[in-house]
Design a protein around this ligand. Structure first.
Ligand SMILES: *Cc1c(COP(=O)(O)O)cnc(C)c1O
Length: 177
């Protein structure tokens, strides 16, 4: 069963990479991503347009990551240009953390466009797809998503308590550094 699930998760994430299974809530997996990928003192850009964007910022702060927020009005989506401008203004940003579907407002982020912007930089694109994946399109490899976190109990409609995460080669290099 586990082998079948692992293959199925790769299909769900649209990635050739391994998808790791966490015995945790979605939030636990978000924390795992920050704790293992970011180091204290790293700089991160967080898109805050609702409750879950704020959660990324709170987790980063708890781990000593220096956060720059893009605060957008709740109910609106960040534009790729806003992210491009922030990355140009500070080339030391190591990670961009954003949300596929901001469940608290229902806003969908254009991750494909954001991926094109972030892929041109050294920063990693870390996406909370906890509620979105399974409901809306999300293609890890084609869209250059470096880290994607998904929860079991939202669009996947399976019991709570599991979460899934995948990392690109660029993200694994950061884990190893
Ligand atoms: C529900 C949700 C979370 C938190 O997941 P839990 O499993 O409740 O910890 C994080 N991000 C988004 C977008 C969510 O919808």
């Amino acid at each position: 069963v586990l082998g079948e699930v692992r293959e199925g998760l790769k299909w769900l994430f649209q990635t050739k990479e391994e998808v790791l299974v966490f015995a945790a809530s979605g939030t636990g997996c978000m924390e795992g991503a920050v704790a293992n990928i970011c180091s204290p003192g790293d700089r991160a850009l967080v898109i805050r347009g609702g409750n879950f964007g704020e959660r990324w910022a709170n987790i980063c702060q708890a781990y000593g990551v220096q956060v720059t927020n893009i605060d957008i009005e709740w109910g609106t989506a960040v534009t790729p240009e806003q992210i491009a401008d922030a990355l140009k203004a500070d080339d030391s940003i190591a990670a961009v953390l954003t949300t596929l579907v901001e469940t608290s407002t229902g806003v969908l982020t254009d991750i494909e466009a954001v991926g094109k912007v972030v892929a041109e930089t050294n920063a990693l694109l870390i996406v909370d797809g906890i509620s979105g994946v399974g409901a809306v399109e999300c293609r890890v490899d084609d869209w250059a998503i470096d880290v994607l976190v998904v929860g079991s109990q939202k669009a996947l409609m399976t019991p709570p308590g599991l979460a899934y995460i995948t990392l690109s080669d660029k993200a694994w290099a950061k884990v190893d550094s």
